[in-house]
Structure formats: C-alpha cells, structure tokens
Design a protein around this ligand. Structure first.
Ligand SMILES: [Zn+2]
Length: 256
C-alpha cells in the first residue's frame, strides 16, 4: 500500500510530544509521502527542519491566508523572498479564506490584502515552476478566477479540500487542475460527489492533519488515515483499494 498525503501539518503542537513514534507508525502503515504545508514564518522554518529529519516529509511553504492579514507588506515580502530561495516541492498553504469564525475573526473584510498576497504566491509558483496547493473557503470563485488568469500550468494547480459548488468543481476539472480529497470524505457527501465527477487521473489524497480526523473517537488526524479516503474512492469508482492507492501515487509523481 502506498499512501500519499499532500496536505499535512506535522509541525503543529499536536505532534510535539510523540512525533518520532507517529512517523514510525505512519511509515509502517504504508505512508510513502507527506507534503507538509507551512502556514506562518515560524511554521515554514519547522517544515524545512522536518523535511531534513524525515525522508517521507516533503516541504511546501506558504502563509495561511488569514495570517497574511497580520503581516506588514515588508514582513510578507521578506518571507516571500526567503521562500523563493528554498528547495521546496510546492507552494502551500496559500489561497483565500472569507469564512468568519474562530480561526478567521475578520471574515472577508481584508480580502483585498489576502488577494494581493495570493497573487504574489501565484507569481512565485510560476517563477519556480512548482505546483501550488490552493486553500479556498467561501472564496472559491475568486481563487478559481485568480488561478485562471495566471500563467501557471494546469498540471501544477491543486485544489485542496474543495467544498465549492458543483458547477465550480466542473470548472476546475475542465481547467485540467487536480483535486485533493481529504479522509473525511467518508462523512461528507459533497466530497463524494467530487470523486464521482472527477477522472481518476485528477485525484490526490490528503488529511489536513491534525485537523479533520475521519474517526469520531480519534481527535488527532494522521497521514495513515488517508486509507479512509482510498476506501471511499475505491467504492465510488468500483476499483480495488490497492489499485486506487497505486493510481493516486502515480498522480502524485506526475504532479510533483
Ligand atoms: Zn491546511
């Protein structure tokens, strides 16, 4: 079994106590690659350290859209310059987030600033010619339009945990971009519909761990739980789980 997690946060507090053990267990369970997405200046440094320490962790650097708001333009540009000099597999986590909530107190009030930052990340992905892993929450259309007007190659765009409407899913697929399916697909019909719509060649898998565990009794998510996404995809596509895992691994290799 080859398990691919293209969107994880192993640098978060939740793994601080037992990361070595977690990594060992995940490797044993067949996890072949974890793309760790950075979300702040500090997080980006930690991601680079983890990628040095664990062979299956690959670094993606970015700034979570909500955190861009708290940075001055100077601070942001300095980090962008740092990221531009690193040997990384992708730009992520970047995008737009308009949903007001605990982790986004301002909602879409600062959306112009968020867009400016996202624009700069898109330009950096173009310059480095590496994939971009896009976060879009209640901002799906804006994210799609910005990516459509960019010069990024269609093979290099991945929509992570996309929860937008069906016609937008179609638009993403018509554009030839990839969609990454989180393991909570076992609970959410909206995600199952994406898998129905998408060709196997455009699917990737992820956790967004430590968040979004697929199990009601386990709070902390882990890359190996991607198995739940593989099982659901296999069921929807009427394929064998092993076959699905090989196909997703191939997709990973061709995108990254
Ligand atoms: Zn994330």
């Amino acid at each position: 079994m080859l398990i691919v997690d293209i969107h994880a946060h192993m640098d978060f507090e939740e793994y601080k106590q037992d990361l070595d053990k977690v990594m060992e267990e995940n490797k044993k369970a067949g996890v072949a690659v974890i793309i760790n997405n950075g979300v702040t200046v500090d997080s980006n440094r930690k991601v680079l350290e983890l990628a040095k320490k664990y062979d299956i962790i690959k670094p993606a650097l970015g700034i979570y859209p909500v955190h861009c708001i708290d940075m001055s333009e100077q601070e942001f540009d300095k980090e962008l310059d740092f990221i531009s000099k690193q040997d990384i597999i992708a730009i992520g986590e970047v995008g737009l987030d308009y949903l007001k909530g605990d982790d986004n107190p301002h909602g879409d009030i600062h959306k112009d600033k968020m867009k400016q930052c996202f624009e700069k990340f898109i330009a950096l992905a173009e310059k480095k010619n590496i994939p971009l892993i896009a976060h879009s929450r209640r901002a799906e259309l804006d994210v799609i339009e910005m990516l459509e007007s960019s010069k990024l190659k269609k093979e290099k765009i991945i929509m992570h945990c996309f929860m937008g409407r069906k016609h937008l899913v179609k638009r993403i697929l018509d554009n030839g971009w990839s969609m990454s399916v989180p393991c909570i697909i076992n609970k959410l019909q909206q995600l199952q519909l994406i898998v129905e719509q998408a060709p196997m060649t455009k699917l990737l898998t992820e956790t967004d761990c430590p968040y979004m565990s697929p199990y009601p009794d386990i709070k902390r998510n882990e890359p190996r739980f991607v198995i739940e996404a593989l099982k659901k995809i296999a069921e929807i596509k009427k394929l064998d789980v092993e076959e699905v895992s090989n196909m997703i691994y191939k997709n990973y290799q061709s995108v990254f």
